[in-house]
Design a protein around this ligand. Structure first.
Ligand code: SAM
Ligand code: SF4
Length: 354
């Protein structure tokens, strides 16, 4: 039996974090309230989206990746410190063995009321197999990344993905009662012309759709300036077809929303490059190696894994490190996307956790 077979055993019996007292709000050094953490559970993925990772991605040695128990301990600590929203991501979270047992274990924080939302971001290829389990664990919502409805384009963009599996995943998720949001990266050459059709499709099946500008994260074979589209341009295209009204829907996140009168649905726009959303930033990220990044677009990093491993029975050192990192959370990213410019940060989105 390998360590990973052991990790595959259910861990719902773990007791740390039960009965958490309500913590004071967590503030960063700029007095922004930080209550949302995204935790990457693996850097591995069954796809190789062209804008996300190179075809021959070098994955981390397994010993560097947090065990399921360490992930549970870290998430529990962050919830105890005041994080009320937890999103599990990757890489592809559903390729992590034992993932559902982690979700099952973390769901105790939903039941205790300490955690208000437990969600995940997935490419959807394995969603059909786990949708019922996710719903049972109290995951109310999943974000599914899907950039095109054309099977051939999907195969090319993801370097080998099968769109039918994602569609089966969406059907299963909706049948299980999960709310589903589609995230699509706007790519000049690959999907720009098809975005109106994607909006109509998503709204037709009761799904919200959020568009994202491609971000300069990690070195890539392709030059991202070739694919970058400012979303203001996409919004103008949609406004020429439909009646758009700004929607006040506020998540504390970077998306701005419009309501489409004719479909009744909502479209979100995440525009890290053309507009800064840092003033209201409420989130931090933890990589699958236990590194805390308080800003997606800066190189600040705090190692929590070393502290968790050095103090197996004492969370205080990791807690202090989190507080120290929040005190110096950068005011804003400084993404630029200019032809030939280096990525803003060297790590890929799949490492940081999207
Ligand atoms: N594998 C899962 C998925 O695709 O949903 C979760 C991880 S993925 C890194 C999270 C999100 O990051 C996806 O929606 C993906 O489209 C987005 N993403 C990856 N690289 C990006 C980049 N360079 N710019 C903008 N979004 C990116
Ligand atoms: Fe994998 Fe998600 Fe990156 Fe695509 S975007 S390669 S699915 S981690």
């Amino acid at each position: 039996m390998t360590p990973y077979d052991i990790l595959d055993q259910p861990i719902s019996g773990l007791r740390f974090g039960e009965g958490l007292p309500a913590p004071a709000p967590l503030l960063d050094g700029h007095r922004r309230r930080i209550d949302y953490v995204r935790v990457s559970v693996t850097d591995r993925c069954d796809l190789r989206c062209t804008y996300c990772m190179p075809e021959r991605m070098q994955f981390l040695p397994r010993a560097e990746v947090l065990s399921l128990e360490e992930l549970d301990r870290l998430c529990t600590l962050l919830v105890a410190m005041g994080m009320t929203k937890l999103r599990l991501t990757g890489g592809e979270p559903l390729v992590r063995r034992g993932f559902i047992s982690l979700v099952d274990s973390l769901s105790r924080h939903l039941r205790s009321g300490a955690l208000h939302e437990l969600t995940l971001t997935t490419n959807g290829t394995r969603l059909a197999e786990v949708a019922d389990d996710l719903a049972r664990c109290g995951v109310g919502r999943v974000n599914v990344s899907l950039d095109t409805l054309d099977p051939a384009t999907y195969r090319r963009l993801t370097r080998g993905g099968d769109l039918a599996r994602v569609m089966a995943g969406l059907d299963a998720a909706q049948a299980a009662g999960l709310k589903v949001k589609i995230n699509a990266v706007a790519l000049k050459a690959d999907n720009l012309a098809d975005i109106p059709a994607m909006v109509a499709w998503a709204h037709g099946r009761g799904l919200e759709l959020t568009l994202i500008e491609t971000m300069p994260l990690g070195a890539m074979e392709e030059d991202r300036t070739d694919q970058y589209v400012p979303l203001g341009q996409v919004r103008d295209t949609l406004a020429a077809i439909w009646t758009l009204t700004p929607d006040a829907h506020v998540t504390g996140g970077p998306a701005r929303y419009v309501r489409v009168a004719e479909t009744g649905g909502r479209v979100g726009f995440i525009t890290p490059l053309s507009h800064s959303f840092c003033d209201t930033c409420n989130r931090v990220r933890v990589t699958c190696t236990g590194t805390l990044h308080t800003c997606l677009g800066q190189d600040d990093a705090t190692d929590l894994r070393g502290l968790l491993r050095a103090y197996p029975n004492d969370d205080a050192p990791a807690r202090e490190a989190v507080l120290g990192a929040l005190a110096t959370k950068p005011k804003s990213h400084d993404f630029v996307i200019a032809r030939g410019s280096a990525p803003a940060v060297a790590r890929h989105m799949s490492t940081t956790g999207g």
